[in-house]
Design a protein around this ligand. Structure first.
Ligand code: HAM
Length: 426
């Protein structure tokens, strides 16, 4: 038997109703915050990710699904391609490719699969889904303003509250800017020098190539050493401090609670200034529902013009796990089960179903080979509120037997009045 590949999974009904509920809710939220959808390809050139997410990150160094595409001979050279492990890089590439700075401030959102070769476990998959957003544009369009940081964070708090996720925690930090980073890296290198030989092989490498990434280490023995390292907060320049202060001020004004976590550096290299994560206790070890932050130098790193930006990505798999409701609660069962009774009744049943569906009535249709008890049984299983009998007598009278399966009431309803009767809920 061929099974789904390790770390991937099928999403089936009724669970998909929860996914649809989350997606419909977030689309409503994006609409009122004036975000618009962008769809970028699922695979990109490998160097897009190594140059943005960063060579030394776990994502690029260990987790990407990369292959050499042979091309098609003379006319098309081979190249290294990668299934996207995240979507910020693709959005910034599209920003540069389509000169989106002409539009001023871009407020973009996306939903879709991402791919990382991680060790599969609860809340961690190799194909997972993100709902994300990016606010990016020239500085003159206001893209660098702390008001944008606070707006996306407040949007997220509103969304989590709206879908009914209670008890989330927002952790906030500033990871500084291009000016602060060399000073911090230097301090980290110094602090690591006497202790790094006791750390894991990854940390020994990171200490040389990209010391900030030492904070991503999950090895338990290394944690006491990491706890003693200098924190980025002490190295922020005046501009970064002031930016962070204003983000905090706006969040307090809109009453979004947060805690400062000065160890939060996020596992991607492009972040500058504000970085944040929302966590939820119900998720266990993989407790980050979403993460995000500012990436003011990313466009330039990819060969584009200066384009400060901020964004986030919600892990939709984890979001759905934290929803405190069942698929049944968000699913609408059929309103009517149409039961054709006897040979030759299928066409009439189809006609009626079509008429009712035009009125937004949710209809399930049986088959003329089903005897009446079987039709009732099917209607019950689908959870329909009504069963509508389509037999010879009904067709002659152009009026149909409609039985309310909750109350047991049975009436004969003229064709023209059926939709109204079903929708009137009496
Ligand atoms: P990230 O923190 O790598 O950020 O991923 C965001 C979220 O995706 C995580 O908080 C988690 O909920 C979910 N996630 C990540 N990996 C997995 C996995 N293997 N299985 C299930 N869920 C997972 C980013 O991707 C950035 N692009 C976010 C961003 C947008 N920053 C600025 N703009």
């Amino acid at each position: 038997m061929i099974k789904a590949v390790r770390g991937t999974r099928d999403l089936l009904p009724p669970d998909t109703a929860l996914w649809n509920f989350a997606e419909a809710t977030v689309r409503d939220i994006f609409r009122v915050y004036n975000f618009h959808e962008i769809r970028t390809p699922i695979f990109e050139e490998t160097q897009l990710f190594s140059r943005s997410v960063g060579e030394e990150t776990d994502i690029v160094s260990k987790q990407m699904f990369t292959w050499e595409d042979r091309g098609r001979g003379q006319s098309e050279k081979g190249q290294s391609l990668t299934l996207r492990p995240e979507n910020t890089a693709g959005v910034v590439r599209a920003y540069i490719e389509h000169k989106l700075w002409d539009r001023g401030l871009n407020k973009l959102f996306y939903m879709g699969p991402q791919f990382r070769r991680e060790r599969p476990q609860r809340g961690r998959y190799r194909q997972f889904y993100q709902i994300g957003a990016e606010v990016i544009g020239p500085s003159s369009a206001g893209s660098e303003s702390p008001a944008r940081d606070a707006e996306v964070i407040e949007l997220l708090a509103t969304f989590l509250d709206r879908v009914g996720i209670a008890g989330w925690t927002l952790e906030l930090n500033s990871v500084g800017c291009a000016k602060d980073r060399p000073l911090f890296n230097e301090a980290l290198r110094k602090a690591l020098e006497p202790v790094v030989s006791k750390m894991c092989a990854d940390c020994q490498r990171r200490a040389v190539t990209n010391p900030l990434r030492v904070f991503d280490c999950k090895v338990p023995e290394d944690q006491p050493i990491i706890a003693q390292l200098p924190r980025i907060g002490a190295f922020l320049d005046q501009g970064c401090r002031e930016h962070f202060r204003q983000v905090e001020e706006i969040l307090s004004a809109v009453r979004v609670p947060f805690t400062i976590n000065d160890r939060l550096v996020r596992g991607l290299d492009y972040y500058t200034r504000t970085a944040f994560e929302f966590t939820h206790g119900a998720l266990g070890a993989q407790n980050a529902i979403l993460g995000g932050g500012r990436y003011d130098g990313l466009s330039e790193a990819l060969g584009g013009p200066a384009a400060p930006g901020i964004g986030f990505a919600i892990g939709e798999d984890r979001l759905v796990m934290s929803l405190n409701r069942s698929a049944q609660q968000v699913m609408r069962p059929p309103d009517v089960y149409v039961a054709p009774l006897g040979e030759g009744m299928n066409p009439e049943a189809a006609r009626l179903a079509r008429e009712l569906r035009r009125h937004e009535v949710i209809v399930e249709v049986g088959d003329e080979t089903f005897r009446l008890p079987k039709s009732f049984d099917r209607a019950d299983k689908t959870g329909a509120r009504f069963i509508l009998i389509v037999g010879e007598d009904e067709i002659k009278a152009d009026a149909f037997t409609l039985k309310n399966l909750e109350s047991g009431e049975q009436v004969s309803v003229p064709r023209q009045e059926l939709a109204q009767k079903v929708q009137s809920r009496d």
